[in-house]
Ligand binder design. Structure first.
Ligand SMILES: Cc1ncc(COP(=O)(O)O)c(C=O)c1O
Length: 370
């Protein structure tokens, strides 16, 4: 008998959350309402009391953070080419241009040692990305941002539950953007949250979130900024509230599973493992780099044949046609390109059993040795 298919990831939604979602659906109020407010309050508590507003995606949170930071036409924003393309797309969306800085080959995050030399007079902001949930060095990042008076929009889409200097990501820093997409450590099916800095008016953030509408006590309204349609529903917020109760347990379990990968993967396979960080990272993903010359398409097919889902996160984004069209080309960011060509994401989600990790390790040995 073939073993069950082991997916790359799967959300853990408990029965209480499912009942809460059903209650929202029966309540007669299913879009943004009391659950959204409750979710924002819970997230704000998690972020040490900072203002938090929720959105219908982590892409929307990034875009609105850039608008709130005053980034627009003629500006440049520094980011990494090793991320989901949303990170750079939002820069173009607000009319600015991305400047990519190659990644550190060990952390696979933006190489902060190269960041300062990439800053131009037009540079307004930096978007660091915590790839796989491993935080970018916040001390070094903010030292550079403060020195050059740059805004920071932390793309913490993957690092909800991670920490830096013992503080949860989201408690410190400028703008912090989270995604609650289905594969994230905490999900609302689709959704995101933006933690705001003290100099930004949360009411303005709300207007960008919903068509720029400003309502007055006498029932009249006005529109003073170009907002979009980015509000989260109460259905989604009730999933998020249910998920928050498990965040610590989710992170603990992910760390245990990651440790088991380190212990279980055969070192003679020549795979490059991620940094063994069990303090800061929330282990959103476990990614190995295949030895040079390995045919990744065949490896993915071989793993699938053995009933295991694996993924590629991500091809270096400056090589997508849209970005090539802006002048970026092969050879610009060699570390990101090498990672993009060899990276393989292994299954990792809290409901996985220890035996699942062992099965993935054995399958890798079978597929890579054959
Ligand atoms: C690093 C990163 N940035 C941004 C996003 C966008 O988030 P969303 O899918 O919620 O729009 C994602 C989602 O995968 C991501 O991984």
């Amino acid at each position: 008998m073939k073993p069950d298919f082991l997916p790359l990831t799967r959300p853990s939604i408990d029965e209480e959350t499912i009942a809460d979602v059903a209650a929202v659906l029966r309540s007669g109020w299913i879009t943004s309402g009391p659950k959204v407010l409750a979710f924002e309050t819970a997230l704000s508590d998690y972020c040490g009391g900072r203002p938090v507003r929720v959105f219908n995606s982590g892409t929307a949170t990034l875009e609105i953070a850039l608008r709130l930071a005053g980034v627009g036409a003629g500006d440049t924003v520094i980011t990494t080419p090793m991320t989901w393309v949303a990170t750079a797309n939002v820069i173009l969306e607000v009319g600015a241009l991305p400047i990519f800085v190659d990644v550190d080959p060990l952390t696979r995050n933006i190489d902060l040692a190269r960041l300062e030399s990439a800053i131009k007079p037009s540079t307004k902001a930096i978007i660091p990305v915590d790839l796989a949930g491993l935080p970018v060095d916040r001390d070094c990042l903010y030292a550079i941002a403060t020195k050059h008076q740059l805004r920071v929009v932390e793309d913490a889409a993957q690092s909800f539950g991670a920490s830096w200097n013992g503080q949860a990501i989201g408690r410190d820093g400028d703008f912090i953007s989270f995604s609650f997409h289905a594969n994230k450590n905490l999900t609302t099916a689709e959704g995101g949250a933006l933690v705001l800095p003290a100099d930004i008016d949360p009411a303005l953030c709300e207007r960008y979130r919903l068509q720029g509408v400003k309502r007055f006590p006498d029932g009249t309204m006005d529109v003073d900024v170009l907002g979009g349609k980015f509000n989260l529903t109460d259905v989604a917020a009730s999933i998020g509230l249910g998920q928050l109760k498990h965040l610590e347990a989710f992170t603990t379990r992910r760390r245990q599973l990651a440790r088991r990968y380190f212990d279980g993967i055969d070192p003679t396979l020549g795979l490059e493992l991620p940094p063994a960080d069990f303090t800061n990272s929330n282990w959103h993903m476990f990614q190995v780099l295949l030895p040079a010359g390995t045919n990744r398409v065949q490896v993915i097919a071989g793993m699938k044949e053995l009933g295991i889902g694996v993924g590629v996160h991500y091809p270096a984004l400056h090589l997508f046609a849209l970005y090539r069209g802006l002048g970026f080309k092969s050879g610009d960011f060699p570390n990101a390109e090498r990672i993009g060509e060899t990276t393989l994401t292994l299954p990792l989600f809290p409901a996985m059993a220890d035996a699942d990790v062992d099965r993935v390790g054995a399958a890798l040995s079978a597929v890579l040795v054959s």
